[in-house]
Design a protein around this ligand. Structure first.
Ligand SMILES: C[S@@+](CC[C@H](N)C(=O)[O-])C[C@H]1O[C@@H](n2cnc3c(N)ncnc32)[C@H](O)[C@@H]1O
Length: 197
């Protein structure tokens, strides 16, 4: 999987990378009031680097990024400290962890690993804000193909169970957004959740 993402980050096509504007991410995750210059932030999943750059432009002084490949971290190394595995995150470091368009690329085993380390690396008053994908149709499993195409789907109950397993708590659910990907098909659901220790 790491090699596959390395190729996506280096083939010059920007496919699968996501290029969400910071404003879109903060709006969906309801983070406007939480992002301040002194907030120590971990942004998970660099993509093209746009959201991380927007965080910097917003005045955030200490930015960290986590991505599966160095090739992603390279894109923002001038403004952020990077990690390729959640194991490398320091204890009790972050006020806020942001994950947008990432959970849908990760199977449950990997997501549990991420969540456990997010909790460890959050300050006591910090939280992790995660977007995740759901469907009104059959969830379709968590194969490599499903992960690569960002179609790993979870209900809010699925997410609650994962958070429970790593000893975290759901602080709140955000308003679910329905997104029409293909005309005439059922919409895809985007959920959002705040997770605390
Ligand atoms: C679709 S992009 C999302 C980019 C950005 N967050 C956005 O909203 O536009 C997914 C990003 O997550 C990274 N990624 C995929 N699997 C990962 C994993 N297991 N751990 C950390 N990062 C991962 C990819 O390299 C890619 O940069």
């Amino acid at each position: 999987m790491r090699e596959w993402w390395f190729e996506r980050h280096t083939d010059g096509k920007n496919s699968y990378l996501g290029d969400s504007a910071g404003k879109a991410v903060w709006k969906f995750l309801g983070l406007e009031d939480y992002i301040k210059p002194e907030t120590v932030i971990l942004n998970v999943g660099v993509g093209t680097g746009r959201c991380t750059r927007d965080l910097k432009d917003k005045g955030v002084k200490e930015l960290h990024v986590l991505d599966i490949t160095d090739a992603a971290i390279e894109k923002v190394k001038d403004i952020a400290i990077g990690y390729t595995t959640p194991q490398d995150l320091s204890d009790s470091k972050f006020d806020l962890i942001i994950s947008h368009l990432v959970a849908q690329h990760i199977n449950d085993e990997e997501l549990l690993f991420h969540l456990g380390h997010y909790l460890r690396s959050l300050k006591d008053a910090g939280f992790a804000a995660l977007q995740f994908r759901d469907t009104l149709e059959d969830k379709g499993g968590q194969s490599f193909i499903t992960q690569r195409s960002g179609r790993v789907c979870r209900s809010q109950l699925d997410m609650r169970n994962l958070v429970d397993k790593v000893g975290g708590k759901v602080l709140k659910w955000l308003k679910t957004r329905e997104i029409t990907v293909v005309d005439g098909a059922l919409p895809v659901l985007w959920h959002g959740v705040y997770i605390i220790k």
